[in-house]
Design a protein around this ligand. Structure first.
Ligand code: DC
Length: 228
């Protein structure tokens, strides 16, 4: 008998808590969590390391074939490998996020990662998060959620996260970055950040993490997932 798989797509703007929430929901459901932003960040890091300016579409598009991105899972956690090197920690800076946002606007970069993303969801149940999962990567996903929160709240959360990691940061700068990143991700021509027609909007501004996780599982159940 063919194994039943169920795919949950979570899209939304930067800092809405997608990865924390998707990771927790995946754990509760026994699904694999796939973080697609990490793949774009790894391409961003590749460009920075090779002195390729993120605003130079031609150069980025030419170079991207040299960035072999692979995914492995260690203790249920996704690791991102760039040409065989585990860069999972190195891609978590604001610089990598902003570079990822710039290079992710290019069709050649998106094409480079699309096959890998679809492959990861081909044979196991996944929760995949990003910007275009419900609209482009997995348009047939069984459940789709568009997770958002106000820019102020998102900036505040990211600020706390960075502080806890001992990183230097400034709240106003983070909020500005978030607003600019939203604009770039939403206004690009290739696979822009957009709520899919059949996605359920969840605004987590005034919700706890547990409440958002439950809301997402409720959406999946309402779309036919059976949970024990
Ligand atoms: O989710 P994140 O902050 O790690 O993503 C970094 C950037 O990558 C984001 O600003 C836009 C891009 N991205 C994308 O274009 N499509 C995705 N599915 C995921 C991320």
């Amino acid at each position: 008998m063919e194994k039943q798989i169920f795919r949950i797509a979570i899209d939304g703007p930067a800092g809405a808590g997608k990865s924390t929430i998707a990771r927790m929901a995946a754990k509760r459901l026994g699904f694999v969590y796939v973080d697609t932003g990490a793949m774009y960040r790894a391409v961003g890091l590749f460009c920075v390391r090779n002195g390729i300016l993120p605003e130079d579409e031609e150069a980025v598009s030419r170079a991207v074939a040299g960035a072999r991105i692979t995914i492995s899972h260690v203790d249920g956690e996704q690791r991102v490998l760039l040409n065989g090197e585990d860069v999972s920690g190195l891609i978590r800076t604001e610089e990598a996020g902003n570079t990822a946002s710039a290079v992710s606007a290019y069709p050649a970069v998106r094409k480079h990662l699309l096959g890998l993303q679809r492959e990861l969801a081909a044979s196991v149940s996944v929760i995949m998060d990003g910007r275009d999962i419900g609209t482009c990567v997995l348009p047939d996903a069984e459940a789709k959620v568009f997770l958002t929160a106000s820019p102020k709240i998102r900036a505040m959360r990211r600020y706390k996260e960075l502080k806890e990691k001992g990183m230097m940061c400034n709240l106003e700068e983070i909020e500005q970055d978030i607003i600019e990143r939203d604009q770039r991700d939403t206004n690009r021509a290739a696979a822009p950040l957009r709520q899919a027609d059949d996605a359920v909007l969840v605004d987590g501004s005034d919700m706890t993490i547990d409440q958002v996780v439950s809301a997402i599982i409720d959406v999946a159940v309402s779309r036919g997932l059976s949970v024990k």
